[in-house]
Each structure stands twice: as C-alpha cells, then as structure tokens.
Design a protein around this ligand. Structure first.
Ligand SMILES: *Cc1c(COP(=O)(O)O)cnc(C)c1O
Length: 461
C-alpha cells in the first residue's frame, strides 16, 4: 500500500509503479468488502438499502489508498463513494429497508427502486426533451447540442465509471431503466453531425466516463477528427474522473501507453486536447499514482482542467476549495468550474444554499494566487443555461443576488448581469425570483417559446 503523501509536487520520473488488478464491488458485494466489516452492522445495512436505489460502485484502489479509514465516517472520499442513510428520505428509506428485512426478492426490490427513482428528477434541465438534436427527422441518441460551439457525445462503451459518486447527476445512466439513458456507439453519426455543423469548435466526450474505454475503442471516435473535414473542431474535451478513481489507467494498465499515444497524436495533429477532470477534494491528488497519471498525461501535450460540484459533507468549506485549487495549480491543472450540485438524485443530502456557496467560492478565491482564480462559479447548469452567482449585494435597499449566464441557450444572454431577490435558503435556480418587483427575468419569454417549439436556437442560425 502506498502511503498518502500530502506534500505537493510531481512524482520523480524514476519511480516505479506496480500494476494493480482492477477489482470492483457493487451493491451485491457490500458484505465482501473487508474494510467495511469494522463498521457497525446497521451502517452496512443502511448502505445496502440506499445502494438498491442509487448507484454504488467502488474499487480496491479507493479502498486501499484514497479513503482515510481513520477518519471514517467523516472522510470526504468515503462520503463521495459509499451510500449514507441520509441520502434517502426517512419514508423512502423505511419502505426499502422493510423489503430487505423480510428478504424480498430481486424483482420486488427493483420495482420499488424504479418507483423511488422517478421521484428523483432523473433528467434535470430538460436533458432529454431539449438537448438531443434531430437529423433527417431522427433523434440522434448519444449526442447533445445545447450551446452553439460545443457538442456533447456519449460513446456507448464509456457509459460506466471506475467507481460511482454518491452525488452523481447522471445517475440514471447507471441504474435500471434503459429509457432513461443517453448513449451512442455510432462514430459515423457523430462525424456526420460534426461535418454538417461548422460552428462547432469543441467536442466533449462524456458519460459515464469515456476513460473506461479501451484505447482501441476510443480511437475510431477521435482519430478521424484529424482529417481536414474537421478543422473547425479545434478542441477535443474528455470528461473523466479516472484521475481520481483509477489513475493506473494512465500508468500501468495494459493500454495506458496506447491511450496516451492517441491523445498525443491529436495534439500533434493540431488539436487542443482538454482533459476535463472531475475533482472534489485535494485528497484525490494525494497519492503518488494520481500524480504520476497527471504527469504522464501532461507529457503528451494535453491540458488538464478541473471542475466539480460543491457538496455538503465533502467540500462545503472554503479551506477545502483553496487547498484543492492550490494543489491543482501546483500540478499544472487549470481550475475551471465550481458547480452547484444539481437538482437531482440524492441532492437533499448534498445541497448547499446558493448564498453559502458564494461565500465558500469568494473565501476560497481570496486564498489562491491569480493562477487559481481561473475557476468560475458557483455555477448552476439549469435549463436556460449555466448561471453564475456573482455575488450578494444591496441595491436601493433591496438585498439581491447578482447573476450572469456563463452559457446560454441563446448566446446573446451570456454576460448580461441580472438580479434575483435574495433568498438565504434557495439551493437552485428555480427557487429564484426577479428582484425590484419585476415579474420575469429578461430571458424567460424567449426560453418559454423555445420549450414550446421543443427546438434549439442553434438550429436556426
Ligand atoms: C457546460 C456545458 C458545455 C460546455 O460549456 P463551456 O462553458 O464551454 O465549458 C456544453 N454543453 C453542456 C450541455 C454543458 O452543460
């Protein structure tokens, strides 16, 4: 076992890393996780109950090296991965616990799980209705195009992760019902779409986690982008939590070098390759293997940018964010977004009021150098766009939130300051009301019209 090393800085090139076999545990194997046996039986039972509703998946690296078991249950990585009782309401918990207590069969547990999941807002921000484009009268499954310059693509082999986050906003990707999923295995459809949409500068591969894919499965999506047809696609972004959940992917896995070579080829071909790394806590950067993965990735010429939500129980304090951003800058990672936890899944357990989120952001930003201040936020990915809380202030005697769009369904909404009545309890955009006695926000009429037409403005440009 590697000891967790809290000193900043990259690893030495001479260090040798032993390969690790990728071993995972899901909800059916909770009882076989050695480390958990030291926890009270009722805690394990609660995990079992919650894990039958929300996704659960952990691997041996996280158990052996990243979780600090001396600090369990407070440890942030423990909370990031292991289900906790409070993630379900008392009512939901009791109903599911009852089934487990009387040894109900799988079908009965599944049925209740599906029912409870429906109450969790599985597709927030109009994900299925508004973002999936049509071509020749067909929905292009596995593709989302919400903002003019960036297309999201969900390769079907990348729709799982090396472990699951308890707060995942894409949780329906990982449980039950096929109807709720977004995925595509069709590289051809992606390339056709990109060829016909010259305004697209950025392709974002997302999931799940595309880095669970073998390099040889990733290549057919990405390598063709080096052809002149795709010169307009300047940037390939890959969203991933593999740097936290399985850094061996870039160091000792059998196709680690092949994956790095693929990224390097894209860079050499003139693409900007951005690894959009999901991070929540500096502890994720603390192991030698995690730093070695970062070093090897950066050696290929890719940039690593970081983003992640602010979460109760995990990082709801400004020291945690200042430490995270400082550690990232030290390792050459560029802080990008601080998100507000979305209105889905186990949000009740993780949510932080917007006013508090802004205080955390502000205090953390004050404690990092300018290089760490590239992080924008706190940002809500809401239906109309990404809305940033710029601050809380008082204007002519009224306390208000100052807001702006970082991204908008209509690009013209971006960077116009607007104001909402201050509400100390609001945790999401839908709770906010316009300030100064106005009845609507400036974009609302237009957004409503878009929803009625169920088309994106991008089509009409
Ligand atoms: C965040 C996001 C993007 C990328 O936006 P940037 O501000 O360019 O990072 C693209 N599409 C969707 C749906 C997003 O939520």
């Amino acid at each position: 076992m590697l000891t967790i090393n809290h000193l900043a800085g990259a690893t030495k090139r001479s260090q040798v890393f032993r390969a690790r076999r990728f071993q995972v545990y899901t909800d059916r194997q909770i009882e076989s996780i050695e480390r958990l046996r030291k926890l009270p039986r009722e805690d394990r039972f609660a995990m079992q109950v919650v894990a039958s509703v929300l996704p659960f998946r952990v691997n041996q690296y996280l158990i052996d090296e990243l979780i600090d078991w001396e600090r369990v249950p407070q440890d942030p990585i423990f909370h990031l991965i292991f289900p906790q009782r409070g993630m379900l309401s008392d009512g939901d918990f009791e109903r599911m616990a009852e089934l487990h207590r009387r040894g109900a069969d799988k079908a009965e547990i599944q049925a209740l799980a599906n029912e409870l999941r429906q109450g969790f807002n599985p597709h927030p921000a109009g994900q299925l209705a508004l973002n999936i484009p049509m071509e020749d009268g067909r929905r292009l499954a596995g593709l989302q195009h919400k903002y003019r310059e960036t297309v999201l693509f969900f390769p079907s082999q990348g729709q799982t992760c090396h472990a699951y986050c308890t707060f995942c906003f894409r949780w329906p990707q990982f449980v039950g019902d096929k109807e709720l999923k977004i995925a595509s295995s069709e590289a051809g459809a992606l390339h056709r779409y990109l060829r016909h949409h010259r305004q697209v500068t950025d392709l974002l591969l997302t999931g799940g986690d595309p880095m669970v894919m073998k390099a040889q499965n990733m290549a057919p999506y990405l390598a063709p982008l080096l052809a002149p047809d795709f010169d307009h696609v300047q940037t390939v972004r890959i969203g991933t939590k593999s740097l936290t959940f399985w850094p061996y992917r870039f160091v000792t896995d059998a196709d680690a070098d092949e994956m790095l070579r693929l990224l390097e080829r894209l860079v050499e071909g003139g693409k900007h390759v951005a690894i959009m790394a999901h991070y929540n806590h500096a502890q994720e950067l603390s192991t030698d293997i995690a730093r070695e993965a970062i070093r090897r990735l950066r050696d290929t010429g890719v940039e690593i940018r970081s983003q992640g939500p602010l979460l109760r129980h995990i990082n709801d304090d400004f020291h945690a964010w200042a430490d995270l951003w400082n550690a990232q800058v030290g390792l050459g990672i560029i802080p990008y977004y601080m998100f507000v936890e979305r209105d889905t899944g186990a949000r009740r357990y993780f949510e932080v009021p917007l006013a508090e989120a802004w205080e955390v952001y502000r205090n953390a930003i004050q404690r990092v150098s300018g290089l760490g201040r590239t992080a924008r936020g706190p940002s809500m990915s809401a239906g109309p766009g990404k809305v940033e809380i710029q601050g809380v202030t008082e204007i002519q005697g009224e306390r208000v939130f100052v807001l702006r769009f970082l991204q908008g369904r209509n690009a013209d909404w971006v960077q116009r300051p607007f104001f909402a009545r201050f509400d100390p309890e609001a945790t999401w955009f839908d709770r906010l009301r316009p300030a100064f006695g106005e009845s609507r926000f400036f974009f609302e009429d237009e957004y409503e019209a878009m929803q009625e037409r169920r088309v994106r403005t991008i089509d009409s440009r």
